[in-house]
Write a protein that binds this ligand. Structure first.
Ligand SMILES: Cc1cc2nc3c(=O)[nH]c(=O)nc-3n(C[C@H](O)[C@H](O)[C@H](O)COP(=O)(O)OP(=O)(O)OC[C@H]3O[C@@H](n4cnc5c(N)ncnc54)[C@H](O)[C@@H]3O)c2cc1C
Length: 222
């Protein structure tokens, strides 16, 4: 089968686990359905109707036996309230892999800057290449949303939690980043809210980071 036909193949998978995470997020573990993918790739989950289709980053490593999605529940949203109710054994259809937010093989130092569930592809990167040693800035509203922190932090050369509603020391990735020594030779992966990606890209440009060293994946726009 040629690779292009693989990407449009609708795969039938099953829920293995649906784990609640902090502040309404949940981690959906799915059977792999023979999916071959590169770290950082996404899949499109299909609902009964086309308007229910939604795209999610894979949070599992390339060689992991199952797929994992880290999903933020959007109250009143079309799809996430339904996904949140899935139980082990339920069928899920998806296509993929898709997306261009892939781990580059360029030997550059890695900086990963995320908001919220945008941390998911970092888990895929680190589980695929454990010696990556990225510098990580994770922006969240509350400390409980620092998803996968315990698992990821030991793999990072530096890990900066940026908690915007921390009563003692509120931080955003956009306030923390300029206080750090930003290397000009790194590749910068930005994932999450579009305003964060916009603002961080401007900060990096002001630090003379070439545009081709910035890889960005906006999850939603406002
Ligand atoms: C490339 C890509 C990868 C993505 N990967 C992930 C992922 O790994 N995990 C994940 O949780 N989401 C991810 N998303 C977002 C996801 O595809 C859906 O948009 C999201 O789950 C909302 O689905 P919904 O049907 O419940 O809400 P909708 O009915 O689509 O939206 C309802 C309202 O909520 C707003 N909204 C939608 N998403 C968000 C959000 N994240 N934060 C705040 N407001 C929002 C919408 O603008 C709309 O006004 C990704 C998006 C893209 C483009």
């Amino acid at each position: 089968m040629d690779p292009d036909s693989l990407t449009v193949l609708r795969r039938r998978s099953a829920v293995i686990a649906n784990r609640p995470m902090a502040l309404g997020a949940f981690e959906l573990e799915l059977s792999r359905a023979h999916l071959d993918f590169k770290a950082g790739a996404e899949i499109v989950i299909h609902g009964q109707e086309q308007y229910e289709d939604r795209i999610y980053s894979l949070a599992n490593g390339e060689r992991d036996p199952t797929l994992r999605l880290l999903i933020r529940l959007i109250p009143g949203g079309v799809t996430t309230p339904r996904l949140a109710k899935l139980v082990p054994g339920d069928a899920v259809e998806f296509t993929g892999p898709t997306g261009s937010f892939l781990l580059r093989n360029d030997d550059r130092p890695i900086w990963f800057i995320a908001t919220g569930t945008g941390i998911a592809p970092l888990r895929s990167f680190v589980r695929t290449v454990p010696h990556l040693r990225p510098v990580v800035l994770h922006g969240v509203r509350q400390a409980e949303e620092l998803y996968y922190r315990d698992e990821l932090e030991p793999h990072c050369s530096a890990y900066y939690p940026c908690v915007s509603r921390d009563p003692k020391s509120p931080q955003r990735v956009t306030t923390r980043l300029p206080s750090l020594r930003i290397p000009t030779d790194a590749t910068f992966y930005l994932c999450g809210s579009q305003p964060m990606i916009h603002d961080v890209t401007k900060i990096l440009a002001a630090h003379n980071i070439p545009a081709d060293q910035i890889v960005a994946e906006p999850y939603f726009f406002w």
